[in-house]
Design a protein around this ligand. Structure first.
Ligand code: TXA
Ligand code: MG
Length: 379
């Protein structure tokens, strides 16, 4: 109401700036809250009695939204059974409404009403990987807010492997729907500070539990049919899934650009730093040649490297992202490194590529999305 009348006033001033009503609403809603950090860094045995956590749980129960850490990335949580809470999540993130959310649970009883059926394959995967970075797509139950699934008949569910996330869900005593807590399109947040940077003013609080562990999001799998289809590669690797179930395949939409991905989120440009990112598959000399060409044209150039390779490049900014020899460290540092380029004035970023094995598959999926699918290959 208030913002509508302010909008009318603004229009009466007939300023020369273009600002349509939607954009105006968005700018004003960004300053709705004084976003607080609720620090729970040293949760001990009594984590559920921690006042910061109780405050966060109270907000969830009152259908407010709160960011919290998981083992993968920070999530922006709200009551999965309440449409008002889910609308707030979509608004704070600026998320397209056709992209469904993952629901987080702390105990198996919470599947009741959330899903209508658990297949034997789904049960096997839960036993093997929960709590952990695996999201299972299952037929949805009756107690799921309409917007959570964006109109789909299925719902994505996971049990996170993080003491703060589990304690928050237990304390709120509700399944918590949570997308990654970034503004839509940006790299996912792996620290409370990343969340603050993106959502300051748009949410009441961030539960700060320090940096997350895995660093890339959960693996999303559809196990409703005869095969287990990976809709989004993530923290649980294809190899790990294959050790537990037969017939694991990649969703064709992930590999073939002409087919629509089954996970709606996979069709959007994502994980992107401000400057364009270009993936380079070739020698150090080839990547350096691309850098030199752009610098000769007066551009400021960044390179996303690894600890082992950083000294091979001469560029305006070189940011190493973990160690090639331990690819899990690359996943852990990836989003922080992408975000770090936004603190520089580079015009373009060239990035190394990684073998698509283990968590390397998820790393390359995110890098390819950041780069809009284009890889520059040495002849
Ligand atoms: O690690 C994670 O998964 C993090 C933490 C916070 O749990 N969450 C996360 O959520 O990455 P989000 O919303 O950023 O990504 C969810 C992905 C999207 O690609 C979405 O399209 C897909 O899961 N998804 C959710 N429900 C689905 C469904 N019913 N069918 C197909 N894909 C679904
Ligand atoms: Mg996300």
């Amino acid at each position: 109401m208030l913002s509508a009348s302010v909008y009318n006033l603004w229009m009466m001033c007939k300023t020369p700036f273009y600002l349509d009503e939607k954009r105006f609403e968005r700018i004003f809603s960004m300053n709705k809250y004084e976003t607080k950090y609720l620090s729970v860094d040293n949760l001990g045995e009594n984590q559920r009695n921690c006042p910061q956590l109780m405050q966060a749980a109270l907000w969830i129960k009152e259908n407010e939204v709160v960011a919290f850490p998981t083992e993968t990335v920070y999530g922006l949580g709200g009551n999965a059974q309440n449409d008002e809470a889910i609308t707030k999540i979509f608004q704070a993130k600026g998320r397209p409404s056709d992209n469904p959310l993952i629901v987080h649970i702390a105990k198996y009883e919470q599947l009741e009403g959330l899903v209508s059926e658990v297949s034997p394959t789904a049960r096997k995967l839960m036993d093997a990987f929960w709590p952990g970075p695996l999201t299972l797509i299952m037929p949805k139950g009756e107690h799921v807010a309409h917007q959570v699934t964006a109109g789909l008949s299925t719902v994505g569910v996971r049990m996170p492997d993080h003491p703060v996330a589990l304690a928050l869900i237990e304390e709120a005593n509700l399944p918590i729907a949570a997308p990654s807590a970034n503004r839509s399109g940006r790299p996912s947040p792996t620290t409370a500070q990343h969340v603050y940077h993106d959502l300051k003013g748009a949410i009441p609080a961030i539960v700060d539990g320090g940096a997350t562990g895995v660093g890339v999001e959960s693996t999303v799998v559809d196990c409703s049919g005869d095969v287990v289809a990976i809709l989004r590669p993530g923290g649980v690797t294809k190899e790990q899934l294959e050790a537990v179930v037969d017939n694991v395949m990649m969703d064709p939409g992930l590999v073939d650009q002409k087919q629509a991905p089954k996970s709606p989120g996979m069709k959007y440009t994502h994980y992107a730093p401000d400057a364009p990112l270009r993936l380079v598959d070739g020698s150090f000399a080839f990547l350096q040649h691309l850098v030199d060409k752009d610098r000769a044209e007066g551009k400021k150039v960044g390179v996303l490297s690894t600890e082992e390779t950083k000294d091979h490049y001469h560029a305006d900014v070189v940011i190493p992202c973990g160690q090639r020899a331990q690819v899990a460290t690359v996943a852990h540092h990836l989003y922080d490194a992408l975000r770090a380029f936004n603190e520089t004035d580079v015009d373009v970023i060239y990035s190394e590529v990684f073998p698509k094995a283990g968590v390397g598959l998820a790393i390359m999926n995110r890098l390819e999305k950041s780069a809009g699918g284009v890889i520059l290959r040495e002849e």
